[in-house]
Structure formats: C-alpha cells, structure tokens
Design a protein around this ligand. Structure first.
Ligand code: GDP
Ligand code: MG
Length: 162
C-alpha cells in the first residue's frame, strides 16, 4: 500500500499547484479563481525513491453553503482517507478565520498532520512562518509550490514521520 497524502486548506493557498508538482501532471486545475477544484482528485507521484498517492481537495472556506459545503465535505473525506495531512496556508495572506477553523478540526483528529506555509518565494521563510505557530499545529514548514522550493524536503519529512 502506498502512503496517502491529503492536501487541505482554504481555497487559493496553492494546493493544486503542489498537487501538480507532486504528480508532475497538469491534471489538477490550477487557476487564479479560488475554489476551482471542487472534488477530491487523486494522483500517483514519486519524489526521489518515494512513491505515494496524493489527494487534492477543493478547500474549506469556513463559510460553507452550496458548492462550498460540498467542497468542505470532500476535504473532510480526504483527511479520513489519508495517512498524512498537509495543511496549507498562504504566507502572503497570513492567518484567516478559515485557517483557524481547519486547524481546530485537525487538532481533534488522530491523524499525522503538518502545517505547510506556501508562497514563501521572495520572503524570509523564518519571518513568513512565525505567525503560523499560533494555529497550534506545530512547527510550520515552508515551501514555494510554484517554484518547487522545499517540496522534496517536505515530502521526505512527511513520509519519514509515518
Ligand atoms: P488552491 O485553490 O489551494 O488549489 O490554489 P492554486 O494551486 O489554484 O493556487 C492559487 C494561486 O496561488 C494561483 O494563482 C497560483 O499560481 C498561486 N501560487 C501557488 N503556489 C504559489 C507559490 O509558491 N508562490 C506564489 N507566489 N504563488 C503561488
Ligand atoms: Mg485547487
């Protein structure tokens, strides 16, 4: 059985960008439109010697109605299916109420989870991540999914911890 990695977080934090990088496909939709990926999407990937399954989700906006509610349900199912959850937040946006809601949910789960601060390109990663300790999910890890920075180290770390 391959380890299953779920990517969760509110819309527009870069989940699909990371999914594409992890699967080296162009299948997951990436766009500036928040919430474009509405279902969960599975991909197989390999980084270095490690094979895994990764699940992209539409995201949890924290104010769910209609399609947003369906997206949030998909995210909760993905968390259940995963061996490890990568909880993405946006370094440029700081913490928002949806991040806090997701953090509350994850803290109540018995699931290995890592907090991933994305979009640190052009920022000092230590400064960028400092705000996010407040989410109570442990040490924030930093990446720039669009550029690949930190991604191999993140996956090595996440799969080593299993
Ligand atoms: P999702 O809604 O969480 O799946 O987010 P997307 O992957 O669709 O990305 C949302 C936006 O953030 C897009 O405009 C991406 O190009 C941008 N983005 C994703 N990763 C990075 C990154 O590492 N750095 C920067 N600057 N932008 C990024
Ligand atoms: Mg997406």
């Amino acid at each position: 059985m391959l380890p299953v990695i779920a990517l969760v977080g509110r819309p527009n934090v870069g989940k699909s960008t990371l999914f594409n990088r992890l699967t080296r496909s162009r299948d997951a939709l990436v766009a500036d439109l928040p919430g474009l990926t509405r279902d969960r999407k599975y991909g197989e990937g390999k980084l270095g010697e490690r094979d895994y399954i990764v699940i992209d989700t539409g995201g949890i906006s924290g104010d769910e109605a209609g399609i947003d509610k369906a997206m949030a349900e998909q995210s909760l199912l993905a968390i259940d299916e995963a061996d490890v959850v990568l909880f993405l937040v946006d370094a440029r946006a700081g913490i928002n109420p949806a991040d806090e809601m997701i953090a509350d949910h994850l803290r109540r789960q018995q699931k290995t989870c890592h907090l991933v601060v994305n979009k640190v390109d052009g920022l000092d990663p230590d400064v960028a991540r400092s705000d996010f300790f407040a989410l109570g999910i442990g040490e924030p890890l930093t990446i720039a999914a669009a550029h690949g920075r930190g991604v191999t180290a993140l996956i090595d770390y996440a799969l080593d911890e299993l």
